[in-house]
Design a protein around this ligand. Structure first.
Ligand code: CA
Length: 225
């Protein structure tokens, strides 16, 4: 399958790197430009399926870039805004953005928007993930272990979804924090361990075998014992 091309226009290095890393890992082809002019040029030279566009850019701002992108074709545009202001949202939609996301955000939130926008152009999409006797349906948000339904909170669901997209791979703690808690989640914390414990408790009732394994000193992996 040919990977979909995403153009990121964002001048903040930390966020640009975060987006490139995460989206590349999810199998997208990612181009990054750090200002509006360069972004518009990249979109002309090598048209992407989706543009992730920051509002606050040096030179041409995101609104202007959005209008020009819109004038040039029907690419999907996801805008990143700094504030959760209704005025910004209206302005963004007026400028022709398809959706917007307020900073700071966790990678999974962004990924959900990206998938939704790309889905419009796609015939089929994987919505049901399976591993061993575990099933997760992205559309209905139902999780089953065998014939037993499992109730998960949003964060638990996102975490399990991430594991199911990358079965048998070791996911480092850093990678998981990036995805589920976002790039601004700093410092030492044991919140991941707490969530892994919640998930295991819910997944392992009736002595069901463990599926989320600890990889000591590194992170976790979804695999059978
Ligand atoms: Ca910016």
């Amino acid at each position: 399958m040919m990977s979909e091309r995403i153009l990121v226009i964002e001048d903040e290095q930390k966020i640009a790197d975060f987006l490139r890393r995460g989206l590349t890992y999810e199998g997208y082809h990612v181009d990054v430009r750090y200002d509006g002019e360069a972004g518009l040029k990249a979109a002309r030279d090598n048209p992407p399926e989706l543009v992730i566009l920051d509002v606050m850019l040096p030179g041409l701002d995101g609104w202007e870039v959005c209008k020009r992108l819109r004038a040039g074709g029907n690419v999907s545009i996801l805008m990143l805004t700094a504030r959760d202001a209704v005025a910004d949202r209206v302005k963004g939609l007026d400028a022709g953005a398809d959706d917007y996301l307020t900073k700071p955000f966790a990678f999974e939130e962004l990924l959900a928007r990206v998938r939704a926008l790309l889905r419009r152009n796609r015939v089929t999409e994987e919505t049901i993930f399976r591993f061993a006797d575990l099933t997760l349906n992205v559309t209905t948000r139902e999780v089953m272990r065998g014939s037993r339904k499992i109730e998960l909170t949003t964060k638990e669901f996102d975490l399990l979804h991430f594991f199911l997209r990358h079965p048998r791979q070791v996911l480092t703690r850093e990678m998981i924090y990036d995805r589920i808690w976002g790039y601004d989640f700093g410092g030492e914390s044991n919140i991941l361990e707490v969530y892994i414990r919640y998930l295991r408790t819910k997944l392992e009732t009736d002595n069901a075998p463990r599926l989320i394994q600890t990889v000591r000193g590194v992170g976790y992996a979804l695999r059978e014992e």
